[in-house]
Design a protein around this ligand. Structure first.
Ligand code: NAD
Ligand code: IPM
Ligand code: MN
Length: 372
């Protein structure tokens, strides 16, 4: 048995509910390949503030850096919305991303065939959609300086700074081009170059780097048009590369192509570290009810196997267990409609079924890694 240590940060709201499922699935999937997953859990976000007085401690940051691989639930909630910026649960997440140097946030949008009818969009528009959103995660307006609130003539105002350097854009664009080479060899770079200086820097840097990738088709799209095109014809996209803020917004929009934000996983990579978290938040409106969709967290555990543990078959087994559960008709409330052959299921029922399926999954490596 090989042993691997993962830091788990379940966080707030539905975070602990979905992280528990993801950890159980991860352990079961890896055990089949003689890999024992050991987890170290820490408070993070609002719960961290309550218990430790701060949303993340230095000890937790150091622990994550030491062990490299982190599985996170979600943070935040109305209870902590009026704290100062540095005490907010979200500040912990931003700090962790920055300290780990995980600048490349991969958000794969796969429409599972069983869910083609579950989206609010028409089946023929979304079925077969397979997009990889490559979101820049440690720069842009989330981190730019200066940022402050002041007052002018008795009128308070606030400033945030959107800043991108050539090197920051080149490194995320490189990730996008490399990923595209393993897919349909198309990259769409999304910006607001008709208005923003930082977007013009973004675009010229991507164009410059593209010279190294003559085999990959590069197109550019303005972010407002992109928001529309994602709904009009999502199948036109292969890899989409964009900045921190645009990627945040577009990925929540793209989530609805899959039927629910509860389906969207993410992997944040850089500096040899890997942070894995569902795209959704802490969903305070349904926390504690046992109805949260755990599949985004579970799919994030699959990405952890793929990108950090080099266990491609375990990743595939997890992904196919998700597919099977959906094919069998199990749906959490966010996905459930009166479609014949479907059953409304709670978080734990989905978890049990995933584990049963995984117990019978293939235990030999069937295929080599295909990458993102
Ligand atoms: P949210 O993603 O938490 O919820 C949006 C809607 O989607 C809600 O109706 C919720 O019930 C539903 N939903 C989300 N995940 C679901 C799941 N797994 N299963 C079923 N339904 C699900 O977004 P929000 O309401 O805007 O934010 C709530 C809090 O979460 C805020 O404090 C925000 O800052 C935080 N947040 C955290 C993260 C993160 O930790 N990565 C991400 C987004 C938002
Ligand atoms: C996400 C979230 C975070 C972000 C928040 C909670 C800081 O919305 O991961 O998409 O904006 O990056
Ligand atoms: Mn978001």
């Amino acid at each position: 048995m090989t042993k691997k240590t993962i830091i788990t940060l379940p966080g707030d709201g539905i975070g602990p509910e979905v992280t528990k499922v993801a950890v159980d699935v991860l352990k079961t999937a890896c055990r089949a390949f003689d890999v024992q997953i050991e987890t170290i859990e820490r408070n993070f976000g609002g719960i961290g503030y309550e218990i430790d007085g701060e949303p993340v401690t230095e000890e937790t940051i150091e622990l994550c850096k030491k062990h490299n691989f982190v599985l996170l639930g979600a943070v935040g909630g109305p209870k902590w919305d009026n704290l100062t910026a540095d005490k907010r649960p979200e500040a912990a997440l931003l700090k962790l991303r920055k300290e780990l140097g995980v600048y490349a946030n991969l958000r794969p949008i796969n429409v599972y065939p069983a869910l083609a009818g579950a989206s609010t969009l028409k089946e023929e528009v979304i079925s077969g959609t397979n997009i990889l959103i490559m979101r820049e995660l440690t720069g842009g307006i989330y981190f730019g300086e200066p940022r402050f609130t002041a007052e002018e003539n008795g009128d308070p105002y606030s400033v945030d700074t959107m800043r991108y350097s050539r090197s920051e854009v080149r490194r995320i664009a490189r990730k996008a081009f490399d990923a595209a080479r393993l897919r349909d060899k198309r990259v769409c770079s999304v910006d607001k170059a008709n208005v923003l200086e930082s977007s013009r820097m973004w675009r010229s840097s991507v164009v410059e780097l593209a010279e190294e990738y003559p085999d990959v088709e590069l197109t550019h799209m303005l972010v407002d048009n992109c928001a529309m095109q994602l709904i009009r014809n999502p199948k036109q996209f292969d890899v989409m590369v964009t900045g921190n803020l645009f990627g945040d917004i577009l990925s929540d929009e793209a989530a609805m192509l899959t039927g629910s934000i509860g389906m969207l996983p993410s992997a944040s990579l850089g500096d040899g570290n890997g942070l894995y978290e569902p795209v959704h938040g802490s969903a305070p409106d349904i926390a504690g009810e046992g109805i949260a969709n755990p599949l985004a967290a579970v799919a994030s555990a699959a990405l952890l196997c793929r990108y950090s543990l080099d266990m491609e078959q375990a990743a595939k087994n997890i992904e196919s267990s998700i597919e099977t559960v959906l094919k069998e008709g199990y749906r959490t409330a966010d996905l459930f409609s009166d479609e014949p052959g479907t059953t409304k299921a709670g978080t734990e029922q989905i978890a049990r079924r995933l584990l049963e399926i995984l117990e019978k999954a293939p235990t030999e490596d069937l295929q080599a890694s295909e990458g993102p």
